[in-house]
Write a protein that binds this ligand. Structure first.
Ligand SMILES: Nc1ncnc2c1ncn2[C@@H]1O[C@H](COP(=O)(O)OS(=O)(=O)O)[C@@H](OP(=O)(O)O)[C@H]1O
Length: 333
């Protein structure tokens, strides 16, 4: 893929002199898309590092902000959709369904990533236009940065953070598929093997996976429980109503008895389901301004799909790495 065709997050054309100096002091790595460096324990492509630093230096948090965090391919799109649907629901009753923002925009267009869409191009973006929830006072943002890096930009603000975690093997397969489709490569085992090696070595974009997950897991245990909510993709699939209600309560917008009786929980789940979202015209033909087609956000969304692709040896190796790194944390998959 031509360097100019790469998404802005992967390129190296927004880096300040100061950041260039910083990069020269950091551990560096390379993958098929470009150069990465390790900042505060996490690997970034250079432009994204610039976005993370701009976020840390310039973000002005509000106490009512909501930050949706995840490792890539862990259910970010789903979490964004569910959060928007929850916060927007008082404005979108059955008689006005077509006004719903999720029907005309992709969740990634509604909820911007702090370190990329917002802070990449400018260090002082106009955040008012990103207020994704006109009916609620909350601004909603997303991030793939680990918790300690996010906290620096939040400067002690009590805003709420929701983390969506997914089992490592399904994340890996989802990354593989995305990489092939996005880079217009054939979906081959050799690309799977290189993605696997990079993932297991921890030197991939936003990796190591286990440190990322642990930063939020520990945050959810150590911080005030009303501050960091730790969710699992697998639990969302297994008991969607229970988990959606948990998310609603955490966000301070619990379902009323009347809403539950009228099937509001189920309607939100249906609106945000992979099938419904991927059927929408916007998600079939749209694309982000700097990145991939929206349709690449949606594949199978199955738990355990990795079984169909990983050899028993690969499974054993990744299981061992994850077990070793999560040992003693109380977190398991
Ligand atoms: N609405 C909904 N419900 C359930 N699952 C969904 C949904 N939308 C996307 N997906 C699946 O999530 C995987 C993509 O992860 P992310 O959304 O985190 O990707 S990204 O990091 O934002 O690019 C990817 O998983 P895989 O199918 O296993 O590849 C998507 O299919």
């Amino acid at each position: 893929m031509d360097h100019k065709e790469l998404p802005a997050t992967v390129r190296e054309d927004y880096i300040s002199e100061e950041t260039k100096k910083l990069i020269s002091s950091l551990p560096v790595n390379k993958d098929s898309q470009g150069n990465l460096c390790k900042y505060q324990g996490c690997w970034y492509y250079y432009n994204t590092l610039q976005g993370a630093i701009n976020f840390q230096n310039h973000f002005q948090p509000q106490d009512t902000d909501v930050i949706l965090a995840s490792f890539p391919k862990s259910g970010t799109t789903w979490l964004k959709a569910l959060t928007v649907a929850l916060l927007e629901r008082s404005k979108h009753h059955d008689d006005h369904p077509l006004n719903h923002p999720l029907l005309s925009d992709n969740p990634h267009a509604i909820v911007p990533f702090l370190e990329t869409k917002l802070y990449l191009r400018t260090s002082t973006p106009d955040l008012t236009k990103y207020s994704s929830s006109p009916s609620s006072s909350a601004r909603v943002f997303a991030t793939h940065m680990p918790l300690h890096t996010v906290k620096e930009g939040l400067r002690g603000s009590p805003c709420k953070i929701v983390y969506m975690c997914r089992n490592a093997k399904d994340v890996l397969i989802s990354l593989w598929y995305f990489k092939c489709k996005y880079q217009k490569l054939e979906v081959t085992r050799s690309v799977l093997e290189s993605t696997f090696e990079s993932f297991c070595g921890g030197g991939n974009f936003y990796g190591p996976f286990w440190d990322h997950v642990l930063s939020y897991w520990r945050g959810s245990l150590e911080d005030d429980p009303s501050r960091v909510l730790f969710m699992k993709y697998e639990e969302m699939k297994e008991e969607p109503c229970v988990q959606l209600k948990r998310l609603a309560e955490f966000l301070g917008v619990p379902f009323t008895e009347e809403e539950e009786e009228s099937g509001c929980v189920e309607k939100i789940l249906e609106l945000c389901s992979l099938r419904s979202l991927s059927d929408l015209a916007i998600n079939k033909i749209g694309k982000t301004s700097s990145g991939p087609d929206y349709k690449l956000c949606f594949r199978k969304g199955e738990v355990g799909d990795s079984k169909n692709y990983l050899t028993p040896e690969m499974e054993m190796r990744i299981d061992m790495i994850i077990e070793e790194n999560l040992k003693g944390s109380g977190l398991s998959f």
